[in-house]
Design a protein. Structure first.
Length: 459
């Protein structure tokens, strides 16, 4: 893998403001005689560094790597590309319903101010529209006439925005785990909660068919018991031998992460059994809960950063910053304690109906952008941009990007063929040989089926 950088304008509307240096990595095509050019990859996020993603698992793209140079990058504000920070954490002391609205609003504004102070000049210029422009600079620097692209999860939003901004420069594009282009955060979040709930119920259906499942054989009662576990841990967290602890919302976060891949389901079943039977939080912590007091992740992130120090909270800071930059509805100008209180009261019932387990945590994301300026409305307006036909992949049991978003985005783009993967987990390329065959055939040979195609679960 060869690493390099590219300079792009900090502000495309005012290039005199200066530039930002972006980190790229390239693995040259192994079949140089039949090389097709570059294939730009984005593994999702927002907030995930692409260089580290490519380094972690290049073999997953071995077939594509024969004919393409595989190219990944850290988007602006992420990883080694001017990483932003919020000075350690974006957590506030308040949770919805836990404090009055005035205290919540003050805390959110304080977090936004910390992000401004810790991030430097790049923070106002993060967001998908600017990253898409960066991608077009990369295309030209790499010497490609068209941008060939494979994007996952948030990377599908990025690919769709590129196709809308640069339809004539769009080449072969595959979007897997398709994000929404139209829904504001207040509408995305309950849809996400319903998607997570469906994924949990599919996991519980699998678990209750195993003799060792801690919840027995009934899916309905199993769902109720998971909800009871979360509520119980919010009242009284599980404490480990080393002083670490897991709250109900920590458990929700761990469950959410484990639902991303069906290969993690056995570990999730074991972790829930340890928590229920033994009162032991270790299994949930290993899935993605909080670390022990002797947290080594910060040091690991620092050592992995190389010459550019990456703040430990960079992923979290970039996630919120990009989502807020992409959402025009979250303006601080109209944010008053009364408005916050009214919004929470209006939304709480819908979120709990979507999922009693995941709804409360999703409701918190609605508040994340208070204290920040309203974002762009460009993405919301994407409608049949005239880009070439592309391939969209949706997974029926996806906990992060519900399948209905695939169908919605396909209609907005107006030039998409859909692969309907009947399986579980987040995205389908790595999980399904059938999905990979459709994607690789299009990217390498330019062959697309007509109409929607399906791939079975359980391959």
């Amino acid at each position: 893998m060869r690493c390099g950088t590219v300079e792009v304008p900090l502000d495309y509307a005012a290039p005199a403001k200066g530039t930002i240096t972006l980190a790229l990595a390239r693995i040259p095509a192994s079949d140089r005689a039949r090389r097709l050019g570059s294939l730009l990859l984005n593994f999702g996020g927002p907030g995930s560094p692409g260089v580290a993603g490519l380094a972690a698992d290049p073999k997953a793209f071995a077939t594509l790597g024969e004919r393409y140079d595989l190219v990944a990058f850290d988007p602006r504000g992420v990883g080694r590309s001017g990483p932003i920070s919020c000075g350690g954490s974006q957590q506030t002391a308040q949770e919805p319903g836990g404090e009055d609205a005035a205290a919540q609003l003050a805390a959110l504004r304080a977090v936004a101010r910390r992000c401004e102070l810790a991030s430097g000049p790049v923070l106002p210029y993060v967001g998908t529209v600017n990253v898409s422009r960066d991608m077009d600079v990369m295309r030209r620097v790499l010497g490609d006439r068209k941008l060939n692209y494979l994007g996952f999860s948030y990377g599908t939003r990025l690919g769709a925005v590129y196709a809308a901004q640069f339809p004539r420069d769009t080449g072969r594009m595959v979007l897997d785990g398709v994000d929404t282009l139209t829904e504001p955060l207040a509408e995305q979040a309950p849809v996400s909660a319903r998607g997570q709930q469906r994924a949990l119920e599919r996991f519980l259906a699998w678990c209750t068919h195993r003799k060792s499942c801690v919840y027995g054989t009934n899916v309905r009662s199993a769902k109720e018991e998971v909800g009871a576990l979360v509520a119980r841990l919010d009242r009284e967290p599980l404490v480990g031998h080393d002083g670490s602890f897991v709250t109900g919302q920590d458990a929700v976060a761990a469950i959410s992460l484990a639902l991303y891949a069906k290969s993690m389901w056995p570990a999730l079943a074991d972790a829930l059994a340890m928590a229920e039977r033994d009162g032991d939080p270790v299994g949930l912590m290993q899935l993605g809960g909080p670390a022990a007091p002797s947290d080594s992740r910060r040091e690991g992130a620092r050592r992995a950063a190389g010459p550019v120090p990456v703040p430990a909270d960079n992923g979290e800071a970039a996630l919120v910053a990009v989502n807020c930059a992409d959402d025009p509805d979250r303006s601080d100008d109209r944010a008053t304690p009364a408005a916050v209180e009214k919004e929470l009261a209006a939304l709480e019932g819908e979120f709990l109906q979507a999922s009693k387990i995941f709804g409360p945590s999703q409701l918190r994301t609605v508040l994340a952008c208070y204290g920040r300026p309203a974002g762009t409305d460009f993405i919301r307006k994407i409608d049949h941009p005239g880009a070439p036909r592309m391939l969209l992949i949706g997974t029926r049991g996806d906990p992060a990007t519900p399948y209905e978003w695939t169908e919605e985005t396909a209609k907005r783009l107006g030039s998409a063929v859909v692969v309907d993967y009947k399986g579980d987990g987040h995205t389908g390329y790595a999980a399904s040989a059938c999905v990979r065959e459709y994607a690789d055939r299009f990217l390498i040979d330019g062959l697309l089926p007509s109409g929607t195609r399906s791939c079975p679960a359980g391959e």
